[in-house]
Every structure is written in structure tokens, then in C-alpha cells.
Design a protein around this ligand. Sequence first.
Ligand code: NCD
Ligand code: ZN
Length: 335
Amino acid sequence: MKTHTLLMPLDMHLHLRDGVMLENIAPLTAYSFSGALIMPNLVPPVDTKEAVLAYRERVMAAVPNDYFEPYMTLFYKNYDKKFLTDVAEEITAIKLYPAGITTNSEGGVSSFDIEEMRPTLEAMSELGIPLCVHGETDGFVMDREAEFMSIYELLAQNFPDLKIVMEHITTKAAVEMLDKYPNLYATITVHHLLLTLDDVIGGMMMPHHFCKPIAKRPEDLDALLDLALNAHPKVMFGSDSAPHPKYKKEACGCAAGVFTAPIALQLLCEIFEQFDKLDNLQTFVSDNAQSIYGICPEFKEVTLEKRPFVVPETYSNVVPLYAGETINWAIESVD
Ligand code: NCD
Ligand code: ZN
């Protein structure tokens, strides 16, 4: 039986929610990942030091053991330096959402006025706090990410000492932007390495394939695969696993988000093996994030095995990607 072992897998973009959802969902990631960057788009958003600390406590209470590190984030606002200095120790990054662009982002940034943002972004540069960005405009849905490239350029040029992470990139345009500025990095999800728009709306409409940013064209998928499979040093795995209850997905007005947390490593093995690049998966799923964020995760050794695995129909009323379908890798053991 073919196996593959990964050390300290990291998910550098994860939605865990709160309350019962958090309790049900967090253990799934804590089982197979050493740590994850926890998104702050709760209602209300995580935007104070107290909220960060309290949310961290709730995440830790929801996971069954201590072998999981929640790397906390703060919801971007134009914070002052005093506030940032006080909170810096408690967070790994700050997450910026354009207002209203995705789930629970209403309190996000409504104008990218660089001068208005300068004091915050300069303080973040000095304190070494990376900025993670949901890079979409409010333009036509297929063009939103590409249109955002000029904002990434503005940020990268104006704040050369700020680490900027282009989150969940989906386009060739973003891939091409990555090497243009030394301070730009990116995360890629597993579903964006598998799906194009055809898989969302090309046949029957597939609510469990619907997320922001929406999956794009085959040439975009190829560009993303090229980056991930070769474990480009500025790219990290970030699942953007975004659980919504089944009734909110299978609805008139489907919530955006693809739920992949419990099958992410299995699918990554399948993709990397298919392209004969399994040797690069460790770098993509852990090593790059360790160097980019300067983090030292809890030891965890995850062994996957190549054998058929039927994806459960639901996990606590959340429908995963490929529910009920057979995938080709399974988790064999976690130590
Ligand atoms: C995310 C969510 O549900 O919180 N949804 C999504 O489609 N990815 C928010 C986000 O990361 O955009
Ligand atoms: Zn997200």
C-alpha cells in the first residue's frame, strides 16, 4: 500500500465560526493539522484584544488536546499604533476584507485610501504583523480578483516592509503578481486546485462548490497548479474551509464557502500524486508557512494511505466537498 507522511501540516486560512459550529468543526482540523490561521469574520468581527483572547480560549476549549495551535487574526480596521503594539503578541496576522465582499465582511474597508491606511500599515510593518487580504473588488464576479491587482501593487509599493498575503488566489493574474514584489505572498485552497467555474454552474448548479472568490477558468487552474505543485516558496496552503449549515447552502440564496477541512490533506495527496509531485507537498503544506510567518508548530506526523475513501455526506450538518463520493487517499494515522 502506498503511503505518504506529512510533518506538522498547517492550514493558513481557516474559518472555525463560533458556538456549536466551532465545537463540531474545530476538532476536525485539530486532528490532522498542527495549526491554522483562524479567520476573524465572526458576528461581530474579532476586532479587539479581548475578543482575540476570548476567541482563542473558545477555540482551545473546542479541540480535544493541546497539539493544535490556533494562530489568531484580527479583523482589519484603521487601528492606531498604540492599539497594535498592545495586541501584537496575541496575533499572527491582520485580515483585511473589502466591505460587503464576502460572508460577514460588512465591517470591512470601504475605500482603499492609502493615506488613510498609512498609519496602521506603517505600524504593522514596524511591528512585523503580516496583512492578509481578501483581494476582490465589487466588479463583475469573474473579474473581481484581477481588478484587485492594482490595489495589491499600491499596497506592496507603499509598504515595502509589510508582508502582504494575497489570500485564496484563483487567477493567472494573481500568480503573475506574486513575483513582482518581494513582499507579496499567497495562499491557495485545495478546491481552487480542483474546480473551475464549470464545476460550479456549468451543469447543474452546485452549491457546495460555490465560494468567494469563485472558481475561474481552466488556464487559471493550470497557473495555480503550477505554483502549488512546485511549492513556490511564497505560496502556502490555506484551505479557506468555510462551514455553513446545510440549510444555508442548499437554499435560494446560497451562502458562499466550500467546506474541506476534514478531507483537505487527502485531496492534496491525490492531486500531488497525480502530477508526480508528492515530494513537494510537505513544503506547500507546512515548510513555506513556517518560514513566511516565522512560526514553529506543534509536532504532528500524519500518514496518509492510497486507498478508496468515501467522503461522509455531512459532518454535523455541514456538507463537505465531494460528499458521498470516493476519493483516493485516506488518513492512516496521526502521531
Ligand atoms: C468565507 C466564509 O464563509 O466565511 N466564504 C467564502 O466563500 N470563502 C469568507 C471568505 O473567506 O471569503
Ligand atoms: Zn476565507
